[in-house]
Design a protein around this ligand. Structure first.
Ligand code: HEM
Length: 119
């Protein structure tokens, strides 16, 4: 039995492993070629901490950011599917339980909204 996501440290573990997968992925890695990881990772810890524990601490606008990204380097359904596949794989590799399920649900619904509004 794997543990559930219960602390911010668990979130950090999840985000770190997810981006390790993303940067090795042929379809997704080019989007992150210029990413400043020292800034991006803490931002994502805040985002997921807020999405799962309603902690506050993230005040960005992911929809606007991905809209801009899409104008520079087009996104499509296949890329979103791959993103989701790697995210689910990451969560399942590390955790199981209600918060692990919530993380996957939140990812799925945000990805769906992004695709509806951006593509
Ligand atoms: C095809 C799918 C996706 C791609 C290629 C993608 C790519 C990116 C890139 C390139 C950035 C900017 C990184 C930087 O600062 O250099 C970013 C930021 C971010 N992404 Fe995504 N993303 C995808 C889907 C998603 C989804 C589904 C979510 C949420 C569930 C998400 C959440 C975020 C957040 C919260 C940020 C930070 C935005 C900010 O600056 O406040 N992304 N993404």
């Amino acid at each position: 039995m794997k543990p559930d996501i219960t602390t911010r440290l668990d979130i950090e573990k999840m985000v770190d492993l997810f981006y390790q997968k993303v940067i090795k992925d042929d379809q997704l890695n080019s989007f992150f070629a210029k990413t400043n990881w020292e800034k991006h990772l803490p931002k994502m810890y805040g985002f997921w901490n807020n999405a799962i524990f309603y902690s506050g601490g993230y005040t960005g606008d992911p929809l606007a950011k991905h809209k801009k990204l899409h104008e520079k380097q087009p996104l499509n359904k296949r890329l979103f599917d791959r993103w989701e596949e790697l995210f689910f794989e990451t969560v399942d590799e590390l955790f199981e339980g209600p918060n692990a399920n919530l993380a996957k649900q939140r990812a799925e619904s945000i990805a769906m909204i992004m695709q509806m509004k951006i593509l």
